[in-house]
Design a protein around this ligand. Structure first.
Ligand code: HSE
Length: 428
């Protein structure tokens, strides 16, 4: 038998995640009480509008528009922040931590930009700051990295952490859809926003990559440290070529420890061999592949977004925070600033396509540019003839800066009509 303790929960925001959490607390209350002794009570809920109709059944007496009053209420034991954005979320979380209250948040934007400040504040207060839902939604990843793998020499974490782009790429691969048609479908299903920039240009995945790198390597990495490219330039021809060669095209977030001291963090589309577990992650699912020195390879798979899946991750954190109140919580602590390896110094094999004139000497001219920058060609194929001629290259691993110089020089050649997509080949 557990000692029973009442835990009064203050929830900031009652949208998909906050509302989903209230539903789960009500459905699972007795199970959680029996298993942990925590008698969870939704004590106050801060909302933007009291009169708005909501899917979840919540006592209107608990609602307030004053989020600071929830945080400062001495009767509140744990604060759950689901309002998103930087301010006022940052100030509210800092106030809760300063008052000695554990905090659970799903706020990836805030953590990717101000994580170090918040982790330090939680450490100073000796309370939990938990954020499982901020990265890859429902998938347990932050806790395994923070706890189970705390002693593991992790070398690389790479994943599909944006469901919208994975849905678009899956439609392009399996239904032969164009990028624009697949995006329109993602928008009609509610995956992509009307302005899809954050998802399709890699900003969302970049924020998640910064958080993953900070937790995996114990150093502070911010969103601005992450190199990112999106998927909007990928064509059906790129996907078809990759499929023919035995690769899937995926938007990958990659965090690596290089030479044991530097952290390289990037988001870009990549060709992943069909034999790699990440290649089989379809539709809007997320998955994260962790490579450790002792543990070997691990993969975490599941729903990366959505109100109820994300609420599930927040609920798990809430139970953890509630049961830790007696023995004192933990946070990542004071993270030293990461030393960031520039993308210029990262090596990858590249796929690249060039629309060219179909005449004698063109291949030699093009190949000379690769050679001049020390980029070695692994394979080359011509597709189309005459005005439709296209050369497709796969290189051996080459330094990013050298490949970018090669691309810039190729674009200047008279015989090159257009430099098409470039995809890095990852996971071989
Ligand atoms: N828009 C994100 C996605 C979910 O498509 O995965 C929120 O991070």
């Amino acid at each position: 038998m557990h000692d029973v303790s009442t835990v009064n929960v203050g929830i900031l925001g009652c949208g998909n995640v906050g509302g989903g959490l209230i539903g789960l607390i009500s459905e699972q209350h007795d199970v959680v009480l029996a298993r942990t002794g925590a008698d969870l009570r939704v004590a106050r809920v801060a909302v933007r509008s009291i009169s708005k109709s909501r899917d979840v059944d919540v006592d209107s007496n608990l609602l307030t528009v004053d989020a600071a009053a929830v945080v400062n209420d001495p009767g509140i034991d744990v604060v759950v922040e689901t309002i998103g954005g930087i301010e006022p979320a940052r100030e509210l979380i800092l106030a809760a931590l300063a008052a000695g209250k554990p905090v659970v948040t799903a706020n990836k934007e805030l953590l990717a930009n101000h994580g170090a400040e918040l982790y330090a504040a939680a450490a100073a207060a000796g309370v939990d700051l938990l954020f499982e839902a901020a990265v890859a939604g429902a998938i347990p990843l932050m806790r395994p990295l923070r706890e189970s793998l705390i002693g593991e020499p992790i070398t690389r974490v790479m994943g599909i952490v944006n469901g919208t782009t994975n849905y678009i790429l899956t439609q392009m691969t399996e239904a032969g859809a164009s990028y624009h048609d697949a995006l329109a479908e993602a928008q009609s299903l509610g995956y992509a926003e009307r302005d899809p920039t954050a998802d399709v240009e890699g900003f969302d995945a970049g924020a998640k990559a910064a958080i993953i790198a900070s937790v995996a390597f114990g150093v502070s990495v911010v969103a601005g440290d992450v190199y990112h490219e999106g998927i909007s330039a990928i064509t059906e021809a790129d996907i078809a070529f990759a499929s023919r060669l035995g690769y899937a095209v995926k938007l990958l977030a990659i965090a690596e420890l290089v030479d044991k001291t530097e952290v390289a963090v990037r988001v870009h589309p990549a060709m992943v061999p069909l034999t790699h577990p990440l290649a089989s992650v379809r539709d809007s699912f997320n998955a994260v592949f962790v490579e450790g020195g002792a543990v070997g390879d691990l993969m975490f798979y599941g729903r990366g977004a959505g109100g109820r899946p994300s609420a599930s991750a927040v609920f798990g954190d809430l139970i953890d925070a509630a049961t830790n109140i007696q023995r004192g919580g933990a946070s990542l602590g004071e993270l030293p600033r990461a030393s960031i390896r520039s993308i210029d110094d990262i090596e990858s094999a590249f796929y690249l396509s060039l629309d060219v004139a179909d005449q004698a000497g063109v291949l030699a001219t093009v190949a000379a540019v690769f050679g001049a920058h020390g980029v070695s060609i692994r394979s080359m194929e011509q597709e189309g003839l005459g005005g439709d001629a296209r050369l497709i290259f796969i290189t051996h691993p080459a330094r990013e800066a050298n490949v970018q110089r090669t691309l810039a020089d190729l674009a200047q050649l008279d015989v090159v009509a257009r430099v098409g997509s470039t995809l890095r080949v990852i996971g071989e």
